[in-house]
Design a protein around this ligand. Structure first.
Ligand code: ATP
Length: 901
């Protein structure tokens, strides 16, 4: 195979005998390992050696050869530069990284340095999954995040950056909570120091929800160097203005900064100040719970059928991204949740205004992404138009939302949330100046790229006006010259243009023969083709030069004006980003109100209690699915109280197969997410004492760590719930213990239910087919039996889907098997066996054998055998990696440990 000479090999040896261009290629390639190198040559991006072979395979390109290197053919594949974006998108989706090496000067410049001089080339960007900015490469309604994970002195930190919108945040966490945060951010790419990747569990987790993993050398995670890089990235002398960051956070943020520097080839993107997030500010949802509740995606990975798709009525792509972010990371502070709810309620009450706002938002483009492209020097005139249109829209919305009467501005009904958004949309004088400039400078419908000009109104600048007039006049002159020459020669010659010859006179071979001697002397021969001959004249050469100058003068002037406008946009980046956030938040509030109206959803009462009291609640996704089939959904109540005062702490849910147990469990968990995301809920009423962690063990889970059986996974997840849940948590457990022998399963289910009730004390729903568990109601103080009802009528099983107080008597499994189309002979046989089992006492579970009355003792025993919780000191010591520490950090660690004793 013609492998690219590896960077490890001596570059000098590789360069031996290489042509100048190939030497340039090899140097760039050696400096950028790990990426496919797109090497610009004229109108194409070419790939060589192994890169060519890989790209040809991945993109179905023709694999050709270009000369020889050290005696062997050089494989080559190429894509036209104008179509490169589509090919790059495909490669990124396949998991490649692409380094773009562009020509940094015009070939004519190189020629001036000598016949053999090579055009200067350099990396202008490395395209990676987490650093995309182009519309065509980004998912419109999905976020695209890059994260960095670091561990310093026993503290772990996760930093995240969204280049296309400028969001940056970081937080400290523990290895146990990493999954919760990582799965909420769903990064496209993760930068992780080599050393952390050696931890198998962390590696498995990152592989599962970290996107493309980019191992980073330990040298890049040094906090002091990270701080210096951050200062450079933000162009500040000190980070104090952003807040105080721990060494672990600086290390993670510093890794992001280094990667941005590398991939953007030194260009500084427009980033918001890094936001320090408190790890406990959000409802914690671990990856398996997230997956089983199908919040942003279904278990199969599609958006359709998820909670997000059922709720999303947003108009703009930014609004949709914000809603997804809120559903992925619901809050747990009642004050903040209620603030969001105020906004929704306000819009719900103002139907006409809401429709008007939504109508206005319909025309809005993605300003954040346009801004980010302009910031990186990648944007075009159309991105400026997006900014202009959004500024116009902001003015419009402020007028619409602001109460007309200045007095009512203090109207208490105008929620703080809406007020803050209107403030952000109200342009400062600088922003108004920018809008004025964009309005006067930019044509109404500018092209995507600056390449051909035509995006600045000629009247904006007198020099531009002059150059354009000359260019346009010259075209007239060409036409005049053509007709003069036609008359003079009596031949229907044409004056044409191409990039190589410029303007030229074209005649057919026959016409050329008919030229008079005088004309033959005046016409300068330029080219002979099969049927045509091309000439020039001194006048035409002169005119050609003038036109070319006027054209390039006009283009250069337009480019200078574009740069000026771009710079002005850059200067106003922060208010523009705030404006964009306000657009998105308004879109979400109005869309949430729209959804609330559609679904007759109500405002949840969110407080600090330990209550969960839902009346007439519905499952938003199942409702939508049934609605398409024209079927109704049966609303249900669920009342729990972890304190045991106003309701049970634990509901044991029994009922036949297909009766709606899982739906009931999930619907209540989704109520928690929806309410804490600051949205109305599909229920007649709902009171919720905020939940700190949500746990769901429903159905077969995905094996994150691989190699574990379904039952093992179930046990691992259940163990995590029992050890991590607190009294403020909300737990749903579905059919724990079903994957093993009946007695083992029942015993495990029994013990788990007891532990949940007696030790964890969280609000919990526990669905089971072990009807024996119903006995627990009489043994545990705060447990109720709930059953999903069904009736047998004329031999038919009818599901009522009603959650009623009391235990179910039977499972109707055989009837359900019949409904599922099981062969009649098997159903009949199953019925027969069931009857025998039910009458055969020997096979029946003897309840007396179970330690029904040993519940309390059992709990004491459980508590005794439970491993004592790890102390803070133990946790801190375990997290220290001595190799990571500088002497100064080691001293800080000693002080910190001393403080924990
Ligand atoms: N409240 C409801 N109103 C109307 N239809 C419902 C309701 N709840 C569930 N269903 C319908 O019943 C079907 C089965 O529900 P679900 O899967 O929750 O039952 P289950 O009791 O968990 O079954 P199994 O024990 O077999 O797992 C759902 O797909 C849905 O179409």
């Amino acid at each position: 195979m013609n492998a690219t000479p590896s960077p490890e090999k001596d570059l000098k040896a590789q360069l031996d005998g290489a042509t100048p261009v190939m030497a340039q290629y090899l140097e760039v390639k050696a400096a950028n390992p790990g990426s496919l190198l797109f090497f610009r040559m004229g109108d194409f991006y070419e790939l060589f050696f192994e890169d060519a072979e890989q790209a040809a395979g991945a993109l179905s390109l023709a694999l050709t050869k270009r000369g020889k290197h050290q005696g062997e053919d050089i494989p080559m594949a190429g894509v036209p530069a104008h179509a490169a974006e589509a090919y790059i998108a495909k490669l990124i989706r396949m998991g490649f990284r692409v380094a773009i090496c562009d020509q940094l000067e015009d070939p004519s410049e190189a020629k001036k340095r000598g016949y053999k001089a090579v055009v200067k080339r350099g990396i202008t960007r490395i395209v990676t999954p987490g650093t995309l900015t182009e519309e065509s490469l980004l998912e419109e309604r999905g976020a695209n995040r890059l994260v960095a994970l670091s561990q310093r002195a026993g503290v772990m930190a996760l930093a995240s950056l969204e280049l296309s919108t400028g969001e940056v945040e970081c937080l400290e966490l523990t290895p146990e909570t990493l999954g919760t945060h990582l799965s909420a951010l769903r990064p496209s790419e993760s930068l992780v120091s080599d050393r952390i990747l050696q931890d198998e569990n962390l590696y498995a987790l990152l592989k599962y929800c970290g996107g493309a993993i980019q191992p980073q050398p330990a040298s890049l995670s040094d906090p002091a160097a990270g701080e210096a890089r951050l200062k450079r990235l933000y162009g500040v002398e000190t980070l104090d203005g952003f807040g105080a960051f721990s060494p672990a956070e600086l290390s993670a943020l510093g890794m992001l900064a280094a990667y941005i520097d590398l991939t953007q080839a030194g260009k500084a993107p427009l980033l918001k100040a890094p936001r320090k997030v408190a790890s406990l500010a959000y409802l914690a949802i671990d990856p398996s719970t997230r997956l089983s509740l199908e919040i942003e995606r279904t278990q199969k990975g599609s958006r359709e059928g998820s909670l997000m798709s059922a709720i999303d009525r947003t108009i703009t792509s930014g609004g949709s991204r914000l809603l997804a972010a809120r559903l992925s990371r619901p809050l747990n502070n009642p004050v903040e949740i209620n603030r969001r709810l105020d906004g929704v309620q306000w819009f719900l009450a103002q139907r006409t205004l809401r429709q008007e706002v939504r109508g206005r938002l319909r025309g809005m483009s993605d300003m954040a992404r346009a801004l980010s492209r302009l910031g990186l020097g990648r944007g075009g005139p159309r991105d400026l138009k997006v900014i202009r249109d959004c500024l116009d829209l902001a003015k419009d919305l402020v007028g619409l939302l602001q109460p007309n009467d200045p007095e009512t501005r203090l109207d208490p009904d105008w929620p703080a949330e809406i007020h803050a958004h209107v403030e952000a949309l109200t342009a400062s004088q600088n922003v108004l100046d920018l809008l004025f400039k964009l309005d006067t400078a930019l044509v109404d419908e500018p092209p995507l790229s600056t390449r051909d000009g035509g995006f600045i109104k000629p009247g904006y600048d007198t020099n531009l006006q002059d150059a354009i007039s000359l260019r346009n006049d010259s075209r007239q002159i060409i036409l005049r010259m053509e007709s003069d020459l036609q008359q003079e020669t009596g031949l229907p010659l044409k004056i044409k243009y191409n990039a190589v010859l410029g303007y030229f006179i074209e005649l057919t071979a026959k016409q050329a023969e008919a030229l008079s001697d005088t004309h033959r002397q005046r016409f300068i021969h330029r080219q002979t083709l099969a049927n045509q001959m091309r000439f020039s004249t001194p006048d035409l050469i002169d005119l050609d030069a003038r036109i070319a100058r006027a054209g390039s003068d006009a283009l250069n002037l337009e480019l200078a004006i574009f740069e000026d406008l771009r710079e002005e946009v850059r200067r106003n980046a922060h208010p523009l980003q705030d404006m964009f956030d306000a657009f998105c938040a308004l879109d979400v509030a109005a869309a949430a109100a729209e959804w609330a109206e559609d679904l007759e959803a109500t405002r949840p009462v969110v407080d600090d209690s330990l209550v969960f009291d839902a009346k007439g609640a519905r499952h938003p996704v199942v409702v939508a699915a049934l609605r398409t089939e024209g079927k109704p959904f049966t609303p249900n109540d669920c009342c729990l109280d972890a304190s045991g005062q106003s309701g049970p702490r634990l509901d044991l849910v029994t009922g036949p197969n297909m009766a709606g147990k899982s739906t009931f469990l999930r619907q209540n968990a989704l109520l928690v997410i929806t309410a804490q995301a600051g949205l109305f809920v599909p229920a007649a009423s709902f009171r919720l004492g905020v939940v700190d962690r949500l746990f769901s063990r429903v159905g077969a889970g995905d094996d994150l760590a691989q190699g574990r059986s379904t039952f093992m996974m179930e046990m691992v997840e259940t163990a995590a719930i029992l050890t991590q849940a607190t009294q403020r948590s909300f737990v749903i457990l579905d059919e724990i213990g079903r994957g093993t022998a009946t007695f083992d399963g029942l015993a495990i289910a029994w013990a788990c239910a007891e532990n949940l009730h007696e030790v964890v004390k969280a609000r919990a729903l526990f669905a089971t087919h072990y009807h024996e568990l119903a006995q627990l109601e009489s043994l545990l103080a705060h447990t109720h039996n709930i059953s999903m009802t069904a009736r047998e009528w004329n031999g038919e099983l009818i599901f009522l889907h009603e959650a009623k107080r009391g235990a179910a008597d039977r499972s109707y499994g055989v009837q359900v098997a019949r409904l599922a189309g099981m062969p009649p002979v098997v159903v009949a046989r199953a019925k027969d066996i069931l009857e025998r089992l039910e009458t055969d006492k020997a096979h029946q579970l003897k309840l007396d054998d179970l330690p029904l009355f040993a519940t309390v003792q059992a709990q004491v025993a459980v508590a005794a055998v439970q491993k004592p919780a790890e102390t803070e000191l133990e946790k801190a010591v375990k997290g220290i990696n001595p190799d990571d520490l500088s002497p100064r950090e080691a001293l800080e660690v000693i002080y910190r440990l001393r403080g924990l004793v």
